[in-house]
Design a protein around this ligand. Structure first.
Ligand SMILES: Cc1ncc(COP(=O)(O)O)c(C=O)c1O
Length: 453
């Protein structure tokens, strides 16, 4: 079968098995712009609608069951609706869902975070990661009295306006309408894994540099690990020039290990952000860090003339349900960490190796990036032979990646949000790895992926 006939057949199979989702999507476009409420959740021809999620599985409204590798934007380290979490949340629901007052649960979660990450001397909760990174930037500006924020080309820190630059390939264009150019002059982008060029750029802005913010492993931009000394080089520059070094651990925190990426890479950030896993499946963002810096946002007991850096809002921040779910998750992870991390990392390693082999056996040129329980396939071409930065990802064959992920969904009931990295939870097993590798092998054999740009 030729590649385009194979693609048409897969599309037909998807249409046939997701009729109810199709009908819901048709209704959704009259409610939501594009039929969706989170931009990346759309994929062609329409996304399936999930009705139930348990363990490593998603069940859609048509009754199809998928093995999930998206795992709630990589947030669900211990799987969907883990009984430890759901029973704690159920109990808490009968005691109140939103107090709008201080509560002990927030303290318990803070101590659970500090146990894994002692650098979290003081903590502020928010309801999303986007808020946490927005707060981090504001605090850095407050601390340094400077304006410019350096971020990584392709780095994703959520939809806050401060950090909405160089997110989408080809990176040098505006990130859409509604952004003001005057604001953009205060953000500078530097290339991941190219320390020499990064330092050159940083040198030009060092007198006005408030902070460098970086994901230790580039997540949304392609699951790319740092080359040796890159992060240390940035940290050293920041510290030498009185700017803050901020680690965005919203994906890596409690995923790479119980102590996160700062520990893994022996870094000492001034501030760091958490989210995803620490909310236990409920909305959260967390800003953590050095107590002197964090104290700038302390609004209590100040003289009238003294102004704080205001970063503690949010009707739903520290709400008892999120605190409960996060606490139940971290307690479970702590108790089982010597089983969970080796297990998910072993599955990740098997998948990365197995996918590479399945593709290379079929003559398809890929790089499979990642670390621990995170992984992503990139289809190479004559220009891009290895993936080290977001630009390499942008220049790789995204069309083949979309086709591959869609074939996994439509033919093999394995869910990757098309074009996004995969994540393993403690609910996955080595058998899942083998099934994924086997499905990949079949897709390669079907010649669907023979068509290249
Ligand atoms: C590294 C990183 N920072 C920040 C965010 C934003 O978090 P949220 O989607 O909760 O606003 C994300 C979301 O994917 C992320 O991956």
């Amino acid at each position: 079968m030729n590649p385009s006939a194979a693609a048409i057949r897969i599309q037909k199979e998807y249409l046939k098995k997701t009729r109810k989702s199709h009908a819901l999507y048709k209704r959704s476009v009259s409610c939501f712009p594009g039929g969706i409420s989170h931009n990346i959740r759309y994929f062609a021809p329409y996304p399936f609608y999930t009705k139930l999620a348990k363990g490593k599985h998603l069940r859609d409204v048509d009754g199809n069951v998928y093995t999930d590798y998206w795992m709630g934007h990589w947030a669900l380290l211990i799987g969907h609706s883990h009984p430890i979490v759901t029973s704690a949340v159920r109990r808490q629901t009968s005691h109140g869902t939103l107090f709008g007052t201080v509560n002990k649960l927030s303290l318990d979660l803070a101590y659970a975070i500090k146990e894994g990450m002692p650098r979290a001397e003081l903590i502020r909760y928010s309801s999303t990661g986007s808020e946490a990174t927005m707060y981090a930037v504001r605090l850095a500006r407050a601390k340094t009295g400077r304006r410019v924020v350096a971020k990584i080309v392709g780095g994703w820190h959520g939809y806050n306006t401060n950090l909405l630059q160089s997110v989408n390939y080809p990176f040098e264009l505006d990130e859409g309408l509604g952004l003001i150019q005057d604001e953009e002059q205060f953000v500078e982008s530097i290339p991941f894994n190219d320390l020499e060029r990064s330092l050159k750029i940083l040198d030009t802005i060092r007198d006005d540099l408030a902070c460098i913010i970086v994901e230790p492993v580039l997540g949304g931009a392609g699951c790319i690990t740092p080359e040796s000394d890159y992060l240390h080089g940035l940290q050293e520059f920041a510290k030498r020039n009185d700017a803050l070094f901020i680690l965005d651990e919203i994906v890596t925190g409690f995923r790479l290990s119980f102590r996160g990426a700062a520990d893994e890479y022996k870094l000492d950030p001034d501030l760091f952000t958490l989210g995803k896993i620490v909310g236990g499946g409920l909305p959260i963002g967390v800003l953590c860090g050095d107590k002197d810096i964090m104290s700038l946002c302390n609004p209590v007991g100040r003289e009238k003339s003294e102004v704080a850096c205001y970063i503690g809002g949010g009707t739903f921040s520290a709400n008892p349900l999120t605190m409960t779910a996060g606490l139940a998750t971290l307690k479970h992870v702590k108790q089982n960490k010597s089983a969970i991390y080796p297990k998910i990392n072993k599955i990740g390693t098997r998948i990365r190796k197995g996918l590479k082999k399945a593709f290379s056996d079929g003559g398809v040129d890929v790089d499979v990036t990642g670390i621990g329980s995170l992984f992503m396939t990139h289809f190479l071409n004559k220009d891009i032979r290895k993936i080290s930065s977001a630009s390499d990802v942008g220049l790789s064959d995204r069309d083949l990646l979309r086709k591959y992920h869609f074939a996994l969904i439509a033919k093999h009931n394995m869910f990757f949000l098309p074009e996004k990295m995969g994540a393993i939870s403690s609910m996955h097993s080595l058998k899942d790895a083998d099934h994924l590798i086997d499905a990949t092998h079949q897709i390669v054999q079907s010649r669907l992926l023979s068509l290249s740009k």
